[in-house]
Ligand binder design. Sequence first.
Ligand code: F0G
Length: 467
Amino acid sequence: MTGPDPHFTTIIEPFRIKAVEPIRFTTREQRQAALEAAGYNLFGLHADDVLIDLLTDSGTGAMSSEQWAGMQRGDESYAGGRSFFRFEAAVQGITGLKQVLPTHQGRAAERILCGVALKPGDIVPNNTHFDTTRANVEAVGAVALDLPIVEARRPAAEHPFKGNMDVEALKQVLEREGVRVPLVMLTVTNNSGGGQPVSMANMRAVSAVCHEHGVPLFLDCCRYAENAYFIKLREEGYADKTPREIAREMFALVDGATMSAKKDGMANIGGFLALNDDGLAEKARNLLILSEGFPTYGGLAGYDLEALAVGLEEALEEPYLRYRLRSVEYLGERLKAADIPLVLPTGGHAIYLDAGALLPHVPGSEYPAWALSCVLYLEGGVRSVEIGSVMFGRQPDGSEKPAALELVRLAFPRRTYTQSHVDYLAEVLLHVGAMRERIRGVRMTQAPAVLRHFTARFEPAHGALVV
Ligand code: F0G
């Protein structure tokens, strides 16, 4: 049996807690002072001043007792360590891909893949590139092309697989520009598009189009287990398959994968590049040695490889996936009932609030999503991340253009918070939703040349965030 007795419908955390980490309560006055000291930038806060930290689900989850036990068994041999072979077997077992290169995190796998497979002027289509993937594609002078389905751009449009790629658009690119496309990527789940899954049917269609044109397909598979579970829940023909079988079917459609194992690897650090092409793998290994480390540790400690070998399997356990997706969905339901606009349906790892719709009176030039994320901290000690005009508004020529969407992402670390934390979050979000008309925008006072959202400083544009 994969869940509690079917007579009971409550979905509980499928674990009990063995080690606890206290969280610190602060007053609104203390949070106001912390915000001012941080220049109204939540990245500048001391984490101890945050009550519920939903900045990211990357590397911030809790490990299981089996993972900690595995860490004790870590083999720190420089070459040929036992832990590498356990890690390799886990990745091969889940993905079926032959060549496995460990990396310290996802972006290192992306950099190595882009380094060996791309040249200036190439085009890489993806459903939606995550920012590090885009940056790595662009760093070699290639073009990162997003081809999501139209529903992906409409926050309130319900679609079971909003992460899908527009297959027709891909066909056209490959027919017109095929020689410039050395590989195609699919990001599962589509993080920048709201944590939305890609259906097996879409993966199959994309894979067929790629292979007709002789172009390899790579998965950015950070959240492969969540994607597999969405397929089980939503796609016809998969209800009786295990997440592991579904994952195997997903990976059988591709030629390789990059992974940030800080997500569905259930560990605090790690990643990999896995692929079937031996020639490309050899080139990638040479680049790996140059910057990450010898191919049997790739920038990780032996104990990290052990934690990952266990974590990659744990991420596929159904009670865990059911609890995880349900926590996010539950919060989404509470928000929807209170008319708080958000990206629907809810994704796997996060809630995305639609700040543009919540705060129509705050102009794009006053960064509504940024202001909303600051207010969530001020009112409830909750840390989120803006995905809006601060992150995407600056154009390559230095001019400013509001982003298409003003979103605030609340990403759930894995196995870290409980139902009462989620209830608290709902209370804070409803409270902030009720005061929406009193929320005002911010003005940027200082910004670095690149990746400004990490270090830019702000002040309230109208005296205070809440008037
Ligand atoms: N691809 C996707 C879809 C991601 O979400 C991330 C990281 C990466 C690649 C890069 O992996 O951080 O290990 O180098 N996403 C984190 C987030 C940072 O908060 O969504 P990394």
